[in-house]
Design a protein around this ligand. Structure first.
Ligand SMILES: Nc1ncnc2c1ncn2[C@@H]1O[C@H](COP(=O)(O)OP(=O)(O)OP(=O)(O)O)[C@@H](O)[C@H]1O
Length: 222
């Protein structure tokens, strides 16, 4: 599902650099990423999703080298192939929770917003415990509820790759386990792979593999 080779990246505004010689994620594989704060975990997810562009190297996702796509192509590729749960949720305040969940359909011509998609959105929201809050806007939702909206949005298109950046971070322990159950259940149904950044070490046994990110850190002067 993902092949990363000789990847290097550096933010122009800071001296932070990331170098990943090789990383593979198999189809349907579930891998957790752990590592110290600031070690570049979010940066790698953003590179894989084509939100950031590498300095050098190859990032192949589902047979497509994301770095070679134009901006528009990347956005479409991301919306049709990847479900991304962002660390800061990235919800749009002017849309209701339901509209946020269905947002990928608004921006992706390849996706058709039909009755099945609407039903999926409702079912996901109910499974996440926000079924009665779909008409509220994000500003009227708690952090944990906003996080669930973001999770539903990432799953509603049944993507082949789920990238999750601390998707369970703001939840109580019982909700964490339930949301991870849902994420894995949806991944199984869609035949999706999961790459999840987490600081929740108690969740790690649920993953097939754990990648410790400390190894990829490149010093500021490297
Ligand atoms: N847009 C940006 N411009 C410049 N530097 C950035 C930017 N985003 C992040 N950084 C820097 O890059 C480094 C890696 O950030 P990143 O968010 O990838 O870390 P992380 O491992 O996901 O951290 P955390 O666990 O705290 O979320 C940090 O030192 C951060 O300050």
């Amino acid at each position: 599902m993902i092949t990363v080779e000789n990847l290097s990246f550096r933010y122009s505004a800071t001296s932070f650099g990331l170098r990943v010689p090789a990383f593979h994620l198999q189809d349907r594989e579930r891998v957790a990423i752990v590592g110290p704060s600031g070690s570049g975990k979010t940066t790698l997810l953003n590179l894989i999703a084509g939100i950031l562009t590498p300095e050098a190297g190859r990032i192949d996702v589902a047979g497509t080298d994301v770095a070679t796509l134009s901006e528009v192509e990347r956005r479409r590729f991301r919306a049709s192939t990847i479900g991304f749960v962002f660390q800061d949720f990235a919800l749009l305040d002017y849309l209701s929770a339901r509209q946020n969940i269905l947002y990928p359909y608004r921006i992706t011509p390849a996706l058709t917003l039909n009755a099945a998609a609407r039903e999926r959105a409702e079912a996901l929201a109910a499974a996440c415990g926000i079924g009665d809050k779909l008409d509220r806007h994000p500003t009227a939702l708690s952090q944990g509820e906003q996080q669930r909206v973001a999770i539903c949005r990432a799953l509603v298109t049944q993507p082949k790759l789920i990238l999750s950046d601390e998707a369970t971070g703001n939840l109580d322990p019982e909700s964490k386990a339930r949301i991870l159950d849902l994420l894995f259940e949806q991944a199984s149904e869609a035949g999706a792979a999961v790459l999840a950044v987490t600081h929740d070490h108690e969740l790690l046994p649920r993953f097939e593999r754990v990648l410790d990110f400390a190894q990829f850190r490149q010093g500021a002067d490297a």
